[in-house]
Structure formats: C-alpha cells, structure tokens
Design a binder for this molecule. Structure first.
Ligand code: ADP
Length: 759
C-alpha cells in the first residue's frame, strides 16, 4: 500500500469515527436560537393545579427554556371542567384582550377542545400570533374550514384502543368498568372515544360505565367487585356526579385505595395514585414535543412528529395485583420500583461494609494479639517450666528478692536446695536458721554486703533433714537512681557433690603437698647444702685461719685481712645462693591490669574454704563496695592472700584459740591506696619474732619453709606496695597489704603511662 492511499484511508476512517460519534451523541434537547425571544401564550381548557399541567410544563420548559428566560411564556386556564364553560367563555375573551394589551404574541398554544373552540371562534384575539391547537378532536375543529397559514394543529387522538389491548393482554378480563364523567364536552369526548375503541378483542368485553356518579358510589362499587376477570378503566373525573369539583388524581387515588380490582388509565400524570398504569399519554412528552414544534415553526420549518405515548406501570400496583413483571410489554417503564438495595443505600452499605471490615480487622488484630499474648503466656510458662527443670537438672534454684514488697519468690529448684516448698513463705530469718551455725555470721555479712552492692558469690553450708549440704549462691542486685535497692536476683546451687570431691582432692593435695614439701625441702636442702656449703666451709676455714694467725705473737695482719676478705666474699656468695632460690620460687610472668581486691579476696577464700571448713574455721568478709582498683597481677595477688589465709588457718591450729575466725577486710583509702587485711584469732605474733617474719626461711612451723611471707613481700613490693604484720589487741594477728590504686588514665586504656610491676 502506498503512502498516499494509506493516509486517505486513515482520513476516511477518522471521518467515519467522527460521523459515528455524532450519531451516538444525542443532539441537544433544544437547539438554542439567540435570534429572537418568543412571546408565547398558553391557553388551556383545564385547571392549573393538576399534575398533568406540571408534567406538561416541565417538558415544555425542557424544549424552550422559558424558566431561564429564553422565551416568554404566559399561561391561562379556563378551568372548564370545574367552572361553567359558557360563563367563562363570556368573559374570557375580554379578560385576555385587556390583560395582554400591548403584548405581541408570536405563538398562542391552545390546549384542549374547549379552549380550541373558544379561540377558534375568537379570531380577532392575538390575530398576529401563530396558533397551535393541541386537542384530541383536532380534526373536528377544522371540519368546516381550512386552517389558515398561521394555524397548526396537533391532533392528540386518544388511542384508547391500544391502551385496552394492553389491558387485555395482561389481565384477560371479561368485564371492564369505565369510570368518568359526561359533564363537559371534554369528558363526553373521552367517553365517546373510549366506546369507539371497544373493537376487536375488546368488543367481547362486558362494559359497565360508572359515569357521573359520586366518588363514594364509584368507590363502593369498586370495593364490592371480584378481582377475577374484572378490571376498571379510569377516564378522568374533574367532578363527581353531584358537581363537587376535584382533581382527577385525588379521585383515582381514593378509588384505587378501596378498589377490589385493578384500575388502568390513560394518563401518566396519574401514576402514583394507585392506578396500574398501562399504555399512557405522557404530558411531559407532549410539552417537550410542543416546545420543539414551536421552535421549528418559528424558524419557518414544518412541525416535528409527536410520539407522546409510553408504557408505564406502577411497581406497587403490579405487586398488589400480582401482575408478573415478565408479562409487561418490552421497554415498559416501572415507576416506584424500590431501587436495588445497593443503589439506594450504597453509601450506607459501603460505610457498613467498611465498618465491618474495620471491626473484623480489629477483631482479628485483637484475636491475634490475644492469641499472641496467650501464646506468649503459654510460651512464658513453658519457658518457666523449662527453666525450672533446667535449674533442677543442674541442682539449681532461683530466687528474686523484691525489696519494695520485702518478699522472696523462689523457683521449684529451691525446694531441692533448701528443703522448703517454693510456694511456702521463707523469711530471711527462717532461711538463716537453715544455714549451718558456723556459716550464719559469714552468710549474713555477705548478704548485707551484697545489699550494698558488693558482688555476692559465696559458698556456705545448710542443714536440711539433718544433713549438711554445701550451697553456692550468686546474687546480683539492682538499685534505683537514688541508690536504693530494688531487687536482688540470685541462683542457689547444691554443690555438695563438688565439695565432697574438692575436699577429697584437698586431702590428696595436702598429702601430696606434704610429699612435695618434703621433696622440695630435700631438694632445696641438697641445693642449699651444695651451694651454701662451699662458701660456708670456706668461711669456716678462713675463720679458723684467722684464729690461728691471731694466736701467733706477731700475727701477719696482711694474711688476717685477706682471710677476713675471703669470709666477706663467701658470705656474699651464700646470700646470692639464697636470692637465687627466692627467684626460683617466685612466679615471674606477670599480667598487668586493674585488679579488684574484693574479687581477689573472694577468689582466695574460695580456694581455702574447703580447708577452713575442715578445720572448723569461719572466714568473714568485710569488703568496701567502693574500693578502687589496684594495678597488678591478679594471680600473684591471689597467691599472697591465699598465703595469708593459709598462715591464718595454721595460726589457729590449737584448741586454745577457738572459735577459729578469719576476717578479710578491704578499705579504700583517700591517700590513693587500697588496703586488704587478713585477721585471725590465732596464736598471734610475739615481739621476738615480729621483725623476722618476712625473712626468707624464717618459720616457726615444724614443716614450714619460711618462704611464704618472704615471697609475698617480694610480690607486694613489686606492685609498689607494702606488707606489714601486727599482733591483735585481743588475740591473733593481722597482716595488711597496702597497694597503690590505679590512676584513672590507666583504667581508661593508657597502660604505657601506668606503673609496671617490677620483676
Ligand atoms: P611458713 O608458713 O612456711 O612458716 P611463712 O613465711 O609463710 O613460712 O611464715 C613465716 C612464719 O611467720 C611462720 O612460720 C609463722 O611463725 C609466722 N607467721 C606467719 N603468719 C602468721 C600468723 N598469722 N600468726 C602468727 N604467726 C604467723
């Protein structure tokens, strides 16, 4: 396909689409003409306040837009059904003439037979206006003469025949009641047309006319009818048989409410009154078509076709008379149909549905939250159970001391440990009664220290069922911002088994230590003998030589001097040997770090506690919670404290010094030091030996080596501290370590500027 033909085809397709669009887009209801504002007079046979008039005006306005001021419309009513036709005719012409004097009408629309007859016989009225007659029997009007150029007629010949056919199709009635009046020519005309329409199928109908009867008479009649095979047809009543004027709508409304048979009619203006409806005349359509006709005529065009009929039914009536919707003619309009529930209550439903969704989501959320909380609760109790059983397996129990409530909550495992059910109350006083009498003071002191913030990790004995158990307790305490205790949480563990093995191990160790000590002494003795014997022998030989020389009458003083010089150098050699042994014993690999003397004390106690218990000795702690850290080697410092504890235990190895008690105390000093002291209730230190305690090989013990304190002093001095001993006032001795504390910059990680331990 070449380009030219392609673009032509595109153009044609575009034109086709535009054409199609113009065909499907309806033309505007009223083609606005700005050229001239028309003056239109509407003269009606009927009355003003009837629904038909309102429908008619609505259609007319849609076509002409007179309410927007596009054209001027004036309405006049002869009220003929209600007033004397003759009387009105007599004064109406004069009335109109005078009323509209000076108004040039372009169109006079004449509605109904009476008004048509009246104006037809008053040609001088609005002589320049184009007259448009709208009336059923229009043809009758011009029987005698031809309409002039300025006269148009819209014949609304009532098509009762089609209306009746529709009734027959729906109901298959055998009898029909025609309701109407014959009081005026309009009404007579309607009756005549109705009778004329009873042809074909309708001719078989039995017809009874309820004409010019009172409203009550008609209602009573209808009331008494049988629904079967019977219908009524309403031909309008503007007044009843007694001349009481009323509107057709009001009449049929009352009749329909009492009627035992369905009432059909011919006017859509009566819809809603209770009539079934049918093939009806639409006054709105008439108004609209008439408006369009006026516009066509004003532009010099011919009249457009009228199609004012439509199939209209009232949903309430067809329900009442059980007329199947499926039987209604195609395209029938059903009025008063309850809108489908969604259309009517769309927003309510949407709001409701939204609310339901929101509430459902909320419920779901709450349900889930509840499930979660239940699940969490279940998980928690599961965890609690697991924890309990894990604690039990580990022969552990847990407890929480709530200070505000002064209550202790315990896990199941504590029953195993203390022999008291977890649920039963166990006061601190009652708990202390379980603690072994020898450990109560220690336990209490530690607990009080713990409540002040000193870490609590101790081992003590309890007596449960007359059996002694070893318990290890670790406690952590929490304080509020003001330093007040909130809660203390702890774990208790039955360590009796471990203790048993430890005691066994300790016994073995003691035995081994004895063997080792003997071996060491033997070794050292051999070494010492080997190393020291030589200088000692030399010293002895030189001393003998000096004595011999001095016995001579003229001693050779030079030789004496030489011998004495040898003695001095040999003494130095012997000292060096001892120094070498000290160095051998001393641990020389140091780890430099800030050390907490409190934990050093606790660790050391733990090591000797077994021995202490075996010897019926109690160790008490009196620790300073605010103790600053010292700089050094924790293990070396532990060795020192262990040595002091062992010495203390040794010093108490005598019935006379009972009860055996060791107190380990720490104190932070403002002068930049920290002190750890170990006091005992042992034999104490007598004045004669006090100055020699730290000398190497000084011992008062049968199996002692006399090196412990000597090495301890070396270690402490290497840390920049001092060690001293003093006899207590009452009994026993106290050994004190004074150590310099760590400068803040050392704690903060500047070890190069921090003190070093001399090795
Ligand atoms: P050892 O324990 O082998 O004797 P030490 O150097 O540790 O060696 O102790 C030296 C000596 O100091 C002991 O033999 C003892 O006479 C004395 N001593 C040490 N500690 C105490 C103490 N707590 N109470 C009384 N004397 C003590």
């Amino acid at each position: 396909m070449n380009n030219k033909s392609h673009s032509r085809k595109l153009l044609m397709a575009l034109l086709f689409i535009l054409g199609a669009l113009s065909a499907i887009v309806p033309p505007p209801a009223f083609a606005r003409t700005e050229s001239k504002k028309l003056n239109i007079l509407f003269v009606s046979s009927f009355t003003k306040n009837i629904p038909a008039q309102a429908f008619f005006e609505s259609g007319l306005d849609e076509a002409l837009g007179f309410n927007e001021g596009r054209h001027n419309l004036f309405f006049e009513f002869m009220d003929s059904p209600r007033l004397s036709e003759e009387k009105v005719k007599g004064i109406f012409a004069k009335y109109l003439e005078e009323k509209y004097q000076g108004v040039e009408f372009d169109f006079v629309v004449v509605w109904g037979t009476i008004a048509s007859n009246f104006l037809s016989s008053n040609n001088s009225l609005f002589a320049n206006a184009h007259r448009v007659y709208v009336e059923p029997a229009g043809a009758e009007l011009f029987k005698g003469r031809k309409p002039s150029e300025k006269e148009s007629i819209i014949g609304l010949e009532n098509d009762y025949q089609t209306a009746l056919q529709e009734v027959l199709m729906l109901e298959h009635p055998k009898k029909i009641y025609a309701i109407g009046t014959a009081t005026d020519s309009e009404a007579q005309n309607r009756l005549r047309l109705f009778k004329n329409s009873l042809t074909g199928e309708a001719s078989k109908l039995e017809v009874e006319y309820l004409v010019d009867q009172t409203l009550e008479q008609v209602a009573t009649k209808l009331e008494g009818l049988s629904r079967k095979d019977t219908v009524a047809f309403y031909l309008l009543m503007f007044s009843d048989g007694e001349g009481t004027s009323m509107t057709p709508y009001t009449v049929v409304n009352q009749l329909a409410s009492r009627s035992a048979v369905p009432i059909y009619s011919y006017y859509d203006s009566l819809m809603g009154s209770g009539i079934v409806g049918g093939y009806v005349l639409s006054f709105e359509k008439i108004g609209f078509n008439l408006g369009q006709t006026i516009l066509s005529l004003s532009e010099g065009k011919s009249m457009s076709a009228f199609s004012p009929m439509r199939h209209v039914y009232d949903w309430n009536a067809i329900q009442r008379w059980k007329i199947a919707e499926s039987k209604l003619p195609e395209g029938a309009i059903i009025l008063n149909h309850p809108p489908d529930i969604f259309a009517q209550y769309r927003w309510h439903i949407l709001a409701g549905v939204t609310l339901i969704i929101v509430l459902s989501s909320l419920s779901l959320f709450l349900f889930k939250a509840l499930s979660r909380s239940k699940y969490a609760e279940a998980a928690l109790s599961r965890r609690e159970a697991n924890l309990n059983s894990a604690l039990q397996v580990a022969r552990n129990g847990g407890f929480i001391f709530d200070n505000s409530k002064d209550s202790v909550t315990r896990s199941e495992g504590t029953k195993e440990v203390f022999g008291v059910p977890a649920e039963s109350k166990l006061s601190y006083r009652a708990f202390l009664q379980i603690v072994h009498p020898d450990d109560r003071e220690y336990m209490d002191a530690m607990w009080q220290a713990a409540l002040k913030g000193v870490p609590f990790d101790i081992e003590y004995r309890v007596i449960v069922d007359e059996k002694t158990k070893w318990i290890r307790s670790r406690v952590e305490v929490e304080f509020d911002s003001k330093g007040l205790l909130i809660v203390a949480k702890g774990i208790v563990q039955d360590v009796s088994e471990r203790k048993k093995s430890e005691e066994e191990a300790a016994r073995l160790r003691r035995d081994l230590a004895h063997v080792t000590r003997v071996a060491t002494i033997g070794e050292l003795g051999h070494n010492i003998a080997h190393e020291v014997n030589q200088p000692l022998a030399a010293i002895a030989a030189n001393a003998e030589a000096v004595m011999r020389l001095l016995k001579e009458t003229e001693p050779d003083l030079e030789e004496v001097r030489e011998a004495l010089g040898d003695i001095v150098s040999d003494q130095k050699r012997a000292s060096e040997v001892v120094q070498r042994i000290r160095t051998l014993v001393k641990k020389d690999r140091s780890v430099h770090a800030p050390v907490d003397l409190n934990s050093v004390a606790q660790d050391a106690i733990r090591v000797v506690q077994g021995d202490a218990a075996a010897r019926d000795a109690r160790i008490l702690l009196n620790l300073d919670a605010g103790l600053p850290q010292v700089w050094g080697d924790k293990v070396q410092l532990q060795q020192v404290v262990i040595n002091l504890l062992v010495n203390a235990l040794d010093a108490m190895d005598c019935e006379a010094t009972k009860p055996y008690r060791i107190t380990v105390k720490t104190v932070g000093e403002s002068a930049g030091g920290a002190t750890l002291s170990v006091s005992d209730t042992g034999v104490g230190i007598d004045a004669g030996t006090a100055g020699r305690l730290f000398e190497p090989f000084f011992t008062t013990k049968s199996r002692g080596m006399g090196l412990g304190l000597s090495i301890s002093r070396s270690i402490v001095e290497a840390h920049g501290g001092t060690i001293r001993a003093a006899a207590n006032d009452d009994r026993g001795a106290t050994f004190c370590l004074d150590l310099p504390i760590v400068a803040p910059e050392c704690v903060d990680g500047h070890p190069t500027s921090c003190p070093r331990i001399r090795s």
